[in-house]
Design a protein around this ligand. Sequence first.
Ligand code: SF4
Ligand code: MG
Length: 328
Amino acid sequence: MTLLEVRDLHVDFKTRDGLVKAVNGVNYSVEAGETLAVLGESGSGKSVTAQAIMGILDMPPGRIPQGEILFHGNDMLAMSKEERRKIRGAKIAMIFQDALSSLNPVLTVGYQLAEMFRVHQGLRRKEAKAKAVELMERVKIPAAKARVNDYPHQFSGGMRQRIMIAMALALEPDLIIADEPTTALDVTVQAQVMELLADLQREYNMGLILITHDLGVVADVADKIAVMYAGRIVETAPVKELYRTPAHPYTKGLLDSIPRLDRKGQELYAIKGLPPNMATVPGGCAFHPRCPAARDVCRTELPPLAEVGDGRGSACHFWKETIDDRAA
Ligand code: SF4
Ligand code: MG
């Protein structure tokens, strides 16, 4: 059975600018042992979708007017608060970008890790502490035993992010959602943390949703990718196919803006313009003001996410030309 399936999810926010449809009919799924990368610029709805899954849509208060979030086949949106609370943390864990604000600065990391086992598994202090050390070793923190009583600020950014991964892993969840887990780190450390996450995911056979704005960091670890723009998925494909023959001009632009060693010295491509303000999303294809391939129909008609072969989808009226143009 599919581990997690998001079906036709909509999320609205009431703001001073009016009703913002932050997520507008999103579908995706993750199997056990699979990594889905959800890619998009800020405001694309990728984080809001994750918050809806976690049941933490509260800042500002969001509303889910439509959709289902099936976890092991059960709709979490139809569950009681208590049932959802049990899933959160224990069955689905989340890792955020900023470990420093997610960890409590006045408690040692060992205490915070041990607390997970004390609260959720009723372990005694000593056993819980031993488990904490074990976990720190699992996420490859050097001299874990000696560092278990250190405070979060005593660790480097990369090591703190490893501690966040340890916290997420503590209860051996079925699914981890990582929202920009390496964005705050420098490039080498980014790769190490991403590799660790991928290794642990395989070892535990978990599902992993990797939310990022950076197509470069997910290439080696993702199985499939969903690209989001202005609250919708605009392209979805297995990772290799998406890199080889993107079927949406936005994806193409994102790929062309990744720095590449073999193009050293060449000016880096940048998609023109900015993502839309979500209170005033352009009509038709929301990407049309920035799209080099836009035509009249793009301004008036919303392209549906169409099946483009091999289980891939593209929400572009001219997906065929986009693929051909790339292959040529
Ligand atoms: Fe560009 Fe039109 Fe395709 Fe939108 S539908 S991505 S504007 S070509
Ligand atoms: Mg975000």
